[in-house]
Each structure stands twice: as C-alpha cells, then as structure tokens.
Design a protein around this ligand. Structure first.
Ligand SMILES: C[S@@+](CC[C@H](N)C(=O)[O-])C[C@H]1O[C@@H](n2cnc3c(N)ncnc32)[C@H](O)[C@@H]1O
Length: 222
C-alpha cells in the first residue's frame, strides 16, 4: 500500500511534467497557505533538480514576478512549467550573506523557500543536526541573524539584514529531532503565524517536516 502511494506521486510527476515528486509537497503547502503570491519574488534555496522552481513559477501567475533558485549543484531549468522569470545559480547557501544577496538580486524577496538537506550520513543524530544547521542558515538569509539579539538582526536605523520583505513568507524543511522545537519557537517571535506541515507526498519513513512562517513581523519579539 505504502509503495503504491509513492508510485502514485512518481507517476503523477511524470504525467504532469514535474521533474520530481517533491513538486507535490510545495503544491500542497501552496494550496493551504498561499506562501507564494501572484507577481511575487521568490528565493528557492536548495532548488535542484527544480520541481519547486516549477511550482513557484506557476504560482506567480501569468505576468510579473521572478524566482531565483540556488543550489550546490548546477540546476538547468526544467523544460516544462518554468519560463523566463526563473533563474538559477550554483552556490553554497552557507557561504552567502545579506550583502552578497544585495549584489545578486534586487533587492528583497516576498517568499523564501528552503528544501535544502544534507547528504545522509547514516547517523540519524548527525543528519538531524546538519538539517537544523541548514534550516538556521535559511532563516538567517531570510530574516537576519535571529539567534542573537535584535541588534544582530537589524542594521543601524532599523533595517533588517535579511532578504525577506516585511510581511513575506518563509518555508523551510527540517528533519524532526533534537532542536526542532526550539527552532519553531525562535520562528514564532519572527513571523505572525508559524505552522508545521508534513505534506502527503512525504515518504512515510522520512523524518522531514516543513516549518511555514507567515507574514514576517516588523520587529523581533524579544
Ligand atoms: C531535496 S533536494 C531539493 C529538491 C527541490 N526542492 C526540488 O523540488 O527539486 C535538496 C537540495 O539541497 C541542496 N543543498 C544542500 N546543502 C546546500 C547548501 N549548503 N547550499 C545550497 N544547496 C544545498 C542539495 O544539493 C540538494 O539539491
């Protein structure tokens, strides 16, 4: 039965022209929470092989907006469901900061997505901890350094040192385990609403869950 469900998503992805079954995860998140807005500007961290690029591009609607995908691997644009509004770069997200982004892309995003995951090590504990680090990297890129104080998350004059626009949405994958609850708490002070979601297309044996932060607050709540 489990195998049938997974075969279903695999076959559906093929039938509909999606490059990977992961398309259905973002599709479900989008259907429930409208994380990408029509004409919005989307940053997709860990975008390879490109299924989220396809869903994000479609969610922009017929006109306007853009999607920037970033991955350690080169990511050619999928032939279907992506158009001229989508671009990708090969880049390690952990080596980027706000100032690099200001050079890469003008100037802020309305949605930051991260489906980044580490190579599995065989140790659940190490995998959970590596995934948490990537989630923190994504959060740092989106909203500035939230581990620390308000001062660290904001430039002098009150501007955030993150690439997510005020009111913007954030989606991040995390492997459930030690530290994930605290990560959720950290996000609660940063977004107006925080929900956890495990999309139906997730493999049953997987520990992955998605944290969805809706509407970035103006101020960090201490
Ligand atoms: C599950 S895949 C993403 C699938 C993608 N969302 C899709 O639907 O096609 C995870 C990706 O995260 C990328 N990744 C892992 N660590 C990264 C890092 N430090 N910087 C950028 N990408 C990273 C991996 O190379 C891998 O392609």
């Amino acid at each position: 039965m489990k195998r049938n469900i997974h075969d279903f998503y695999f076959k559906e992805a093929k039938r509909l022209g999606y490059i990977a079954r992961s398309a259905f995860k973002l599709q479900e998140i989008q259907q429930r929470h409208r994380v990408v807005q029509k004409g919005g500007s989307v940053l997709d961290l860990g975008c390879s092989p490109g299924a989220w690029l396809q869903i994000a591009c479609r969610a922009l609607g017929p006109r306007g907006g853009n999607v920037l995908g970033l991955d350690l691997k080169p990511t050619p644009l999928p032939i279907r469901h992506c158009d001229h509004r989508v671009h990708t770069i090969q880049q390690d997200a952990t080596e980027l900061d706000f100032y690099d982004f200001s050079k890469l892309h003008p100037p802020l995003f309305t949605t930051v997505l991260s489906d980044m995951c580490p190579d599995t090590s065989g140790s659940a504990r190490l995998d959970v901890s590596a995934s948490l680090e990537l989630a923190q990297t994504a959060l740092g890129i989106a909203v500035g350094d939230v581990n620390g104080t308000v001062d660290e998350a904001f430039e002098q004059g009150g501007q955030r040192k993150g690439v997510l626009r005020q009111g913007g949405n954030f989606v991040v994958k995390i492997l459930e385990g030690s530290g994930s609850r605290e990560f959720g708490e950290l996000c609660k002070g940063t977004f107006t609403k925080v929900v956890w979601m495990r999309p139906k297309a997730t493999r049953e044996e997987s520990r992955e869950v998605y944290l969805i932060g809706l509407r970035l607050r103006k101020q960090v709540v201490p």
